[in-house]
Design a protein. Sequence first.
Length: 211
Amino acid sequence: MSILNEIAENLMKGKANDVKALVEKAIAANEKPQDILNKGLLSGMGIIGERFKKNEVYVPEVLIAARAMKAGMAILQPKLTSAGVQPLGTAVIGTVKGDLHDIGKNLVGMMLEGAGFKVVDMGIDVDAQKFVNGARDNKAQVIGISALLTTTMTNMKAVVDAVNASDLKGKTKVMIGGAPVTQAFCDEIGADGYAPDAASAADLAKKLLKK
Ligand code: B1M
């Protein structure tokens, strides 16, 4: 098995220390940083995402795989930076105003990172203006909002409206998700996209970049 496949395999098993050691070994063996990222770390995370979508693995497996990815990224990031490798795009994420749930939002962040995005996490209870400012400050192409309560999902419309009333209109896309959120609600508030789970959110963000 190639060292890049070994990285992907160990990431999927959540073996953070092994992933770290393998990334170090791959760098020492002069593998290109971009290949270590794409064919090793992101490839493993992508497979975990697909399995998560099909309910073949669950939240704990995704969390430990993401932890292994972070361990590998900590070693690889300086090499990527010096090689001039750019992230796919930037996503500003957060849980909507009034809402304190963050487990799903964190998973979305991990999947976005696993797909090659730079992720700026604004946290929980984030109001519309903070999303807009965060997206502007970080030149984000995508805003990702999570809501877990029927009483807070309605605050997502304020974010869509604030983006449309700002200089970000047409430039920064808004995607939404969370247990009570549906495609019909997305259409109703005029958001750019809805994803039912974290892996689909990463796919959607990639699609929105192209729009
Ligand atoms: Co809360 N809570 N909670 N809670 N809580 C729910 C959501 C609830 C369904 C429980 C119930 O009554 N059965 C209910 C909501 C009812 C409703 O509105 N329909 C509820 C309630 C009522 C409340 C309080 C009001 C309780 C109270 O105080 N009376 C209160 C509200 C506080 C507030 O937010 N203002 C409250 C508080 C809490 C805790 C703080 C105790 C804790 C949160 C801890 C934390 O997040 N750090 C908590 C928890 C843990 C839950 C449950 C048990 C689990 C939520 C969760 O993390 N799921 C939940 C009941 C349940 O779901 N069984 C419940 C796992 C997570 C991975 O799933 O977040 O759906 P989820 O994310 C998924 C997808 O939705 C999607 O991807 C993820 C996975 O792939 N997704 C996105 C999420 N965001 C996305 C964004 C995207 C795309 C996809 O694009 C940007």
